[in-house]
Write a protein that binds this ligand. Structure first.
Ligand SMILES: Nc1ncnc2c1ncn2[C@@H]1O[C@H](COP(=O)(O)OP(=O)(O)OP(=O)(O)O)[C@@H](O)[C@H]1O
Ligand SMILES: CC(C)(CO)[C@@H](O)C(=O)[O-]
Ligand code: BAL
Length: 321
């Protein structure tokens, strides 16, 4: 493998350069600039699945060269979250990217280079520069994860400074993340075009997610609960013309309650528990009591299947975030 740092892997050699040093990546990037090639960027935390690969594929259709970063970003995890057990599967990630034939380079930066001032998960002890997108980070995912979007915006800004992409590609599965990052790019005058790509799903509708690996087969069977709930709420809008929040969300609450009771009644060794459901305006991310006719909105939520937290959403009256 054409690496520039001390990476050891069993992956096939020589197919995609892997950079674990920012300086080496920048030298490689200069070559693309000299050739006036456009660069598409797909930031990830690894444990790649078809959702990630669809971002790479979309990027390769729109740009001359696609860079994928793999970095499990400590700053977006709270101390009680799953930073330590987050799946790290570089060898299979590498093979998946080779199979796309669309990835020009992998950036695998070290925590010490990404956070020169160091990084602790205890936010009150953090030092150094951070990026906050005010007004869009405190609601929805920002309620249970108040640290999250500051961590995401900060790391994505750093990655943009390294990669200098023309376009950056994000999945709509992380809907609020798309809205927050679009605002960051706009407000910080970053010369980058943000693109959001539809959610890839398993055959039964479950949104692909690296965290699906945490699910046991019994958990996996009921993990579609959120997709089903959100789809039922969307149906209330599209088929029944519902506009009131309660009429829209009621069918979703009902499905989650039913599945949760079912799991309990079967004596399964885990719980299905709703974290939240949300219906927000796509631009302000304000919760809606009434959905206006043709108003673009995000219907989203999070559930716990045991200790695994899954998110999902669907878009109303809009296609892109
Ligand atoms: N099912 C999917 N379809 C399309 N894009 C996706 C999908 N899942 C994740 N992505 C996108 O891939 C990028 C990297 O995401 P990440 O590495 O966190 O994967 P993930 O599956 O979302 O992981 P997690 O389980 O931690 O939420 C993000 O832009 C994310 O929105
Ligand atoms: C955008 C991202 C790679 C930043 O760490 C992460 O939040 C993700 O994978 O969605
Ligand atoms: N795709 C979201 C990354 C996270 O949950 O940390």
């Amino acid at each position: 493998m054409a690496t520039t740092g001390a990476i050891t892997t069993n992956a096939p050699t020589g197919e995609i350069p892997v950079f674990d040093s920012i300086a080496a990546f920048r030298a490689w990037r200069k070559g693309l600039a000299r050739q006036e090639k456009t660069v598409g960027f797909v930031p990830t935390m690894g444990a790649l699945h078809e959702g990630h690969l669809s971002l790479v594929e979309t990027a390769s259709k729109e740009c001359d060269a696609v860079v994928v970063s793999i970095f499990v970003n400590p700053a977006q995890f709270a101390p009680h979250e799953d930073l330590d057990r987050y799946p790290r599967t570089f060898d299979t990630d590498y093979a998946s990217l080779v199979s796309t034939k669309s990835c020009a380079a992998i950036l695998l930066p070290k925590v010490s280079e990404m956070y020169p001032a160091g990084i602790t998960l205890d936010r009150s002890q953090q030092r150094g520069a951070f990026v906050e997108v005010q007004g869009l980070s405190h609601q929805m995912e920002g309620i249970p994860r108040p640290h999250f979007f500051r961590g995401v915006a900060t790391v994505v800004a750093k990655l943009f400074n390294i990669v200098q992409p023309d376009r950056a590609f994000f999945g709509q599965k992380d809907a609020q993340q798309c809205v927050v990052l679009r605002a960051m790019i706009r407000d910080l005058l970053m010369p980058i075009r943000m693109r959001s790509v539809p959610t890839c799903r398993e055959a039964d509708g479950l949104a692909m997610s690296s965290r699906n690996r945490y699910l046991t087969p019994e958990m996996r069977e009921v993990a579609t609960v959120l997709y089903k709930a959100i789809s039922a709420a969307k149906e209330a809008i599209v088929k029944n013309g519902a506009q009131e929040r309660t009429a829209i969300l009621q069918p979703a609450y009902r499905i989650i309650e039913q599945v949760s009771q079912q799991v309990k009644a079967q004596g399964l060794p885990f719980e299905v528990r709703l974290d939240y459901l949300s219906l927000v305006d796509v631009e302000t991310l304000s919760e809606l009591e009434i959905l206006g006719k043709n108003q673009a909105a995000i219907l989203s939520g999070a559930v716990y299947i045991g200790t695994t937290r899954l998110i999902d959403n669907t878009l109303i009256n809009t296609e892109e975030l």
